[in-house]
Design a protein around this ligand. Structure first.
Ligand code: FHN
Length: 476
């Protein structure tokens, strides 16, 4: 712990120095006397509260790779769309030519924000800069950005952040620590990304990129676009260290103390499972399972990020879309285990959201318009996140309201064993105002009777929510 405290001093001194050597228009951080790695549980609860209540957000992967749409020189390229610069025989110079063709004339930030709102998404995280190094904002640090480098000349992040504010959607920025374009990051060793088996080379200039490029870009992002979330990625490269992670976390929090930062700002992540190793303290406010959901409930903050098909960045021929039923079941499963669900959309190079994504977002929004009270602002049960394979539970944070969400259409009787209903209370199926008949005893547990007319009236799809006053059984 002592080492920890000493580490804390480095960024403070550095941050004050950094500000003093910057040009005049940068916000001066006069004094930092806060160790953000040691905030109290109450302080963290207050900061995380809106995020924990939100439960459902949109991930957006968008950049020059969207123009290629998974193909290069007429050949379909294996792998996720946003990795095409790595997976195809594309040099940095070749990719710069593609970046100049990133002219998303169909982009309509207000339309995107309305679609998120209608889908019931409470926050968005967009790739401000992915591994390809291309910036979707008017960066003063580098001209390799949408305003200076392309004829489009519009600041995508500015337009989207303003549109999200209008819709009351919190704004998050993804930023890749790994950078295949910058010569001091990986650019000049770009081919090292196809290292011979077991070979790893470390770019000795990375600390220069980290100090003189990455941090100034993050400074302009936090000051210029006021994000509520910083979603780091690409932290696995050998050049990036735990010390850098601790320092970066402190400096970003010092810039905006209320900001929420994922665990990929540091080196603690256990691969795609996403939660931190327990071997030491790592920076970051929430774990980031990727393309998977924790097997059981967690008391830690976590967010599962997933694609709707098989790619984050747009691929014209990836038609392997998950059904809306699967997407709703994923959301319910994640929330019952205490997590958030960050569902990805990969817009086209023109700036359109693929129609299958639009359709699914609208269908999820319709389901949430009826069942949202069982999702937003809820918390997991202490002992049961599920019963059998097809019932998930959530609860209101205050009072005795519990929700039993059936992942399959209920018959005319529905049995729940994990809940003790309050005597004399009413039970409803969300979507209907008619109280349902129910009986309870120790042996048969809770048995609810649902008239066919109500099942027809609710006319739900994907999942059915019973609202119950009571408490969970204490058995494990
Ligand atoms: O390499 C990236 C990938 O392109 C994508 O951005 C995902 C989304 O979380 N993260 C990394 C893979 O773990």
């Amino acid at each position: 712990m002592v080492k920890h405290r000493l580490l804390f001093l480095i960024p403070i001194l550095f941050m004050v120095t950094l500000c003093k050597t910057r040009d005049k228009d940068v916000q001066k951080i006069e004094e930092i006397n806060e160790n953000y790695l040691e905030e109290t549980p109450e302080e963290k609860d207050n900061r995380m509260n809106w995020w924990r209540n939100s439960k459902f957000g949109k991930f957006i992967h968008w950049g020059p790779y969207s123009v290629l749409a998974g193909s290069y020189k007429g050949e379909e390229i294996e792998g996720i769309g946003e990795w095409i610069m790595h997976n195809a025989p594309i040099t940095v110079k070749d990719y710069e030519k593609i970046a100049k063709e990133f002219i998303p004339v169909e982009f309509d930030a207000n339309n995107w924000a309305r679609l998120m709102k209608d889908a019931g998404m409470k926050y968005v995280v967009i790739t401000s800069k992915h591994h390809d190094g291309f910036a979707l904002w008017d960066s003063k640090v580098s001209n390799y950005n949408i305003v200076d480098f392309t004829p489009f000349r519009r600041d995508i992040l500015k337009e989207l952040s303003e549109a999200c504010k209008k819709q009351g959607i919190k704004f998050g920025l993804y930023y890749s620590i790994m950078d295949w374009h910058h010569p001091q990051a990986q650019g000049n060793n770009y081919p090292m990304y196809n290292p011979k088996k077991g070979e790893t080379k470390v770019n000795p200039d990375f600390p220069l990129y980290y100090e003189n490029y990455m941090k100034p870009q993050l400074l302009e992002l936090v000051e210029g676009y006021d994000p509520d979330i910083l979603w780091f990625d690409g932290e696995w490269i050998p050049e990036y260290t735990h010390e850098m992670g601790l320092e970066l976390y402190q400096e970003m929090r010092a810039l905006k103390p209320s900001i929420i930062i994922n665990n990929r700002v540091d080196k603690g992540r256990k691969g795609m499972q996403g939660m931190n190793k327990e071997d030491m303290d790592y920076a970051g406010d929430f774990g980031t399972p990727e393309q998977e959901i924790l097997g059981t409930a967690s008391e830690l903050d976590w967010e599962s990020c997933m694609t709707m098909n098989d790619t984050w960045g747009y691929k014209s021929y990836d038609h392997n879309w998950k059904t809306t039923e699967i997407l709703v079941h994923n959301l319910v499963d994640v929330v019952s285990k205490g997590g958030n669900y960050l569902l990805n959309v990969g817009p086209t190079g023109d700036g359109l959201i693929p129609e299958p994504s639009v359709q699914r977002l609208k269908e999820i929004g319709t389901w949430l318009s009826v069942n949202g009270e069982a999702i937003y602002g809820t918390e997991r049960l202490a002992n049961h996140f599920k019963e059998g394979e097809n019932i998930r539970f959530t609860r209101k944070k205050e009072g005795s309201t519990l929700y039993a969400i059936s992942l399959e259409k209920p018959n005319n009787t529905f049995t729940i064993r994990s809940i003790i209903p309050k005597l004399g209370s009413e039970i409803f199926l969300l979507g209907s105002d008619e109280a349902l008949k129910w009986e309870y005893n120790e042996k048969t547990s809770l048995k609810i009777t649902i008239p066919q007319a109500i099942i027809n009236e609710v006319n739900s799809s994907y999942a059915w929510t019973f609202k119950i006053e009571g408490k969970e059984k204490n058995d494990e």
